[in-house]
Design a protein around this ligand. Structure first.
Ligand code: NI
Ligand code: MN
Length: 233
């Protein structure tokens, strides 16, 4: 799997020959001003919730790429009104088989409204299962005991967790989340973009290390290879 960071909570994961883009928020992000959105490949765009910092470039990227958008039902309906017809509605607890693998929607402890104020349904996280590995994209969430169900459900190779605090869980709670989801290999997201979520990178990485876990912080536009050779059934 190839993971590329586009800033804030926006990542691309190439899996099964498909490009998955999560929570597109690029053009309004000062830190991501070097990213050219017209160069981003997407077969699927997965949207965790309606907030602006997760959907700002959703309609444009969907139009540019012709990607299928995976989102909750309310975001799906909102997208239809924006002229985006290629979308698949889901909701928490549901799973769906796609070309690259399986998507399961899980609970996120947060809120959700669309940038125009319309109702954004329930916020979600995603568990992606594929022959190349399994991962959890948490979206915006607090630490919640429900994460224990995620750890019980599948063995995860890595997880995208918010670590910026203020709007979501912070570093200390993300470390506790690792134990609940039974996954110690974390890619940090939802930090630095806005004043209240700026973090000390070295301190964050050290705190994870001291807890026996690994935090990876990507540079914006950086790509890393994630390979998991030994797959369990
Ligand atoms: Ni949010
Ligand atoms: Mn957010």
């Amino acid at each position: 799997m190839q993971v590329t960071y586009y800033g804030h909570s926006c990542f691309s994961v190439e899996v099964g020959g498909k490009h998955l883009v999560f929570d597109p928020f690029i053009k309004p992000n000062e830190l991501a001003k070097n990213i050219d959105i017209t160069k981003i490949k997407a077969d699927y765009i997965l949207v965790s919730h309606g907030h602006y910092d997760h959907t700002a470039d959703l309609v444009e990227l969907a139009n540019l790429t012709g990607a299928t958008v995976i989102a909750n039902y309310e975001i799906y309906v909102w997208l239809q009104k924006q002229g985006i017809k290629k979308a698949h509605p889901m909701n928490t607890g549901g799973k769906w088989m796609l070309e690259f693998g399986k998507v399961k929607c899980v609970k996120a402890e947060h809120s959700s409204s669309m940038p125009d104020g319309s109702y954004g349904g329930n916020p979600m996280g995603f568990i992606i299962e594929s022959t190349e590995g399994n991962f959890y994209y948490a979206g915006d969430t607090a630490l919640t005991l429900d994460m224990k169900l995620i750890g019980d459900y599948r063995r995860l190779d890595f997880s995208f967790l918010p670590i910026g605090d203020n709007f979501t869980m912070g570093i200390d709670n993300a470390i506790i989340a690792c134990d609940l989801i039974n996954c110690s290999n974390v890619i940090g997201m939802h930090y630095d973009t806005f004043e209240p979520i700026k973090i000390d990178h070295d301190e964050a990485v050290r705190k994870f290390q001291r807890a026996g876990k690994r935090l990876t912080l990507f540079n914006i536009s950086e790509t890393k290879n994630y390979e998991f050779k030994t797959r369990l059934a």
